[in-house]
Design a protein around this ligand. Structure first.
Ligand code: ZN
Length: 84
């Protein structure tokens, strides 16, 4: 496998740096040469995969809470029917 090198100085170490371009409403992460700072790639500031994983857990938690609430409502309904 080819080893990535900086197109400007041939260094092979890179770093991720947060930045927000002027006029932009969003933050980004640049992948840049650790030696000269040449940017070789830009990624979204937020990791959409991690965000989706977090949202998936939130949806599951809310779905479980709805099911539990439905169960409580049905129990109350049964109790009311027994007394009437
Ligand atoms: Zn470089």
């Amino acid at each position: 496998m080819a080893r990535p090198t900086c197109p400007a100085c041939q260094n092979s170490r890179f770093e991720a740096v947060n930045f927000e371009p002027s006029g932009s409403k969003f933050k980004f992460v640049s992948v840049q040469c650790a030696s000269c700072g040449a940017i070789v790639g830009v990624m979204d500031y937020t990791n959409i995969g991690a965000e989706l994983g977090s949202l998936r857990k939130d949806v599951k938690r809310l779905s479980d809470a709805v099911e539990q609430t439905k169960s409580y409502v049905l129990d109350v309904h049964r109790l009311v029917q027994r007394r009437s």
